[in-house]
Design a protein around this ligand. Sequence first.
Ligand code: PLP
Length: 400
Amino acid sequence: LSTWSAVPAGPPDPILGVTEAFKADTSSQKINLGVGAYRDGNGKPYVLSSVKKAEELLSASNPDKEYLPISGLPEFTKAAAKLAYGDAAPLKKNAVAVVQSISGTGALRIGGAFLGRFFPHAKAIYIPNPSWGNHTAVFRDSGLEVKQYRYFDKKTVGLDFAGMKEDIKTMPANSIVLLHACAHNPTGVDPTPEQWIELSNLIAEKQLFPFFDMAYQGFASGDTVRDAFALRHFVSAGHQVALAQSFAKNMGLYGERVGAFSLVAADAEEKARLESQLKIVIRPMYSNPPLHGARIASTILNNEKLYADWLSEVKGMAERIISMRERLYDNLVGLNTPGGWGHIKSQIGMFSFTGLTTPQTQKLAEKAHIYMTADGRISMAGLNAHNIDYFSESVSKAVK
Ligand code: PLP
């Protein structure tokens, strides 16, 4: 008998399943809107030219392959914190503890493990319903109790702001609340700046602890400062936040796994204590983080010319996505597609909750070779000038 004979097969990953079905389809018209990775105007993966230039500079400097410190590449973590927090007071007084992470997922996991060990109250984290599919598993495996708050209103295909506030009001004081800093995944629905200000006040009143997941800074609006509004507002309002950052989308460094986790401390002395414990969390997990991607990101963030190039490339990616939103909206309305489609334009970031039902998504796969997750979420990045008219017509037919 095998040692593993009692291990049951796990369910397949719902998003990878979409890719499998897409691969198996032999139609030349097929479109994959499942994956959360940027595609250029020809549907191809895109390596940023600022990234290529950074790699050339790096290669010319002939760097070694020694281990990084447990907390990562110092020039990178410093620049990553600056990108997120800007001129926030805690950063200026050296009161932000920051460590490099294995992209955004690793940052969430370090944060989950740290909170599991040191958060001085009940270890419950509230995440939006719906949320990025991995949040529940990451926090549950970190030892936190995962609960949900209302976020999305199916009727308006928009934010259920009243429901969200009601749920926040009924959370036990000193709970942890996870917030998507911008470009909420999977809905594409974000609070407005005014709503963020209200949320910040409410979260302060209830003495909740905000944990920001910022996987799309710059990628949402095209502007890294605008996308950091919620985080920076909370910090300026005095919240001690936790932050997970990813450079997967905004630098296109997906497989390089570049990210950072940070905590706002009271002062420099507390920051040093937090960093010492973050290292103790990291050391037995993977010892120290990978080198190459952090060097790329650090080269870009610390070189004035490359930084400017990168900002315009992020803007370019965001703008291409925004233009696809406009064109999809115009097409659907032009085709007299039943229903309101304004949400396609008001949503932000890589994803859009179209409002398509599961049977409609199945019909699109079977009849039109168009693949998306069963909840009707599409990756806007998968649309381009070559396929958007076909996609719009197919959606219009599926809804009629
Ligand atoms: N958080 C959110 C909301 C995401 O959408 C993603 C990626 O899709 C991540 C975190 C983590 O991504 P990565 O680990 O590739 O940085």
